[in-house]
Design a binder for this molecule. Structure first.
Ligand code: NDP
Length: 256
C-alpha cells in the first residue's frame, strides 16, 4: 500500500539528505537545489570518489549559507566497494543530528558502462562490477541508511532513484545500462510495496549536459538536444515539495 504524506510545500523540512555521485553532473546540481530547500539545522552529505571536487562543491554551498543553517559533509568513497558503502553509512550515523524530520536519500550514482554490443560481454567480473555499482550498492546503501534511521511517526522518509527512460525501453548495445536501470526501478518498487512509511520515487532526469553525455557522443557519434542539469534538478525538487506522487512510481523529466 502506498502512503501519501502531508508536507510543507515550500521546504523539505529539517532534514538529513544524502546525495550519491554529488561531485559533478546532475548530482552536483541536485546538491545546489536541495541546499536551498532544507530548513535550519539540516545536514547534507555529499558522496563521490573525488574528495577534491566534493570539497569545492562544499565551499560553493557554504558561500551562500552558514553552518547553523546547513552542515555540509563530504564523503570521499568508492560505492563500488563494501568499504565505500559502509563508510557512507558510518559517517551518516556519525553526523546525524537530533530532531530531524526528513531523511532524503538520493541515489544519483550511475555509470554508462560498455555500449559496444551484446556479444562483447564475456567477462563475468566486468559485468558483475558494473552491476555492483549500479544496482547492488544502491540496495546495500539504502538498507544501511534505513537501519540508521528506523521509520517512526513524524519522520518523513524519501528515497529517490535517479533512473532513465532506459529503465523502461530496450536500446541495442546498452544491455548493461538498461539492465541496471530496470533492476533499480524494480528494486525500489519493492521497497515502496514493502515499507509504506518510505516514499519512493524513480525519476528519469532527461538528456543532460554532463560528462556521461560527452562519453555517449564520443562512442556513438550521435548528439542529442541536452538540458541543463539545474532545470531537471528543479523539476525533481518540485515533485518532492508537492509530494503527491504515488510511492514507487516512475516519472520522467518530460512529464513534469
Ligand atoms: P556523471 O558521469 O556526469 O557523474 C556521475 C557521478 O557519479 C559523479 O559525481 C561521479 O563522481 C560519481 N561516481 C561514479 N562512480 C562512482 C563510484 N564508484 N563511487 C562513488 N561515486 C561515483 O553522470 P550524470 O550526472 O550524467 O548522471 C547522473 C545520473 O543520472 C546517473 O544515474 C545517470 O544514469 C542518470 N541519467 C543521466 C542522463 C544524462 O543525460 N546524463 C540521462 C538519464 C539518466 P566521481 O567520479 O568523483 O566518483
Amino acid at each position: 500500500m502506498s502512503h501519501i504524506y502531508a508536507t510543507n510545500p515550500r521546504t523539505l523540512g529539517r532534514g538529513i539528505c544524502i546525495i550519491t555521485g554529488a561531485s559533478k553532473g546532475f548530482g552536483r546540481a541536485l546538491a545546489h537545489e536541495v541546499s536551498h530547500l532544507l530548513e535550519p539545522g539540516s545536514v547534507l552529505l555529499l558522496v563521490a570518489r573525488s574528495g577534491t571536487l566534493l570539497q569545492e562543491l562544499k565551499k560553493e554551498l557554504q558561500s551562500f549559507t552558514d553552518e547553523h543553517r546547513l552542515m555540509v559533509h563530504c564523503i570521499a568513497a568508492d560505492l563500488n566497494t563494501r568499504e565505500g558503502v559502509n563508510e557512507t553509512v558510518r559517517i551518516t550515523r556519525q553526523e546525524a543530528v537530533k530532531d530531524i524530520d526528513h531523511v532524503l536519500l538520493i541515489h544519483n550514482v550511475g555509470s554508462l558502462g560498455d555500449i559496444t554490443g551484446f556479444e562483447n560481454f564475456t567477462n563475468l567480473e566486468m559485468v558483475n562490477s558494473y552491476l555492483s555499482l549500479n544496482v547492488s550498492s544502491a540496495l546495500t546503501l539504502t538498507a544501511g541508511i534505513l537501519q540508521v534511521f528506523p521509520c517512526r511517526p513524524g519522520l518523513r522518509w524519501s528515497v529517490v532513484n535517479i533512473s532513465s527512460v532506459f529503465a523502461l525501453q530496450a536500446l541495442p548495445s546498452w544491455v548493461l545500462y538498461c539492465t541496471a536501470k530496470a533492476a533499480r526501478k524494480m528494486m525500489f518498487s519493492v521497497l515502496a510495496e514493502e515499507e509504506p512509511n518510505v516514499k519512493v520515487l524513480s525519476y528519469s532526469p532527461g538528456p543532460l549536459d554532463t560528462e556521461m553525455q560527452e562519453e555517449i557522443q564520443r562512442v556513438t557519434g550521435i548528439s542529442h538536444r541536452l538540458f541543463p542539469c539545474h532545470e531537471s534538478a528543479a523539476k525533481l525538487m518540485k515533485l518532492l515539495l508537492e509530494n503527491n506522487f504515488l510511492s514507487g512510481t516512475h516519472i520522467d523529466f518530460f512529464e513534469v
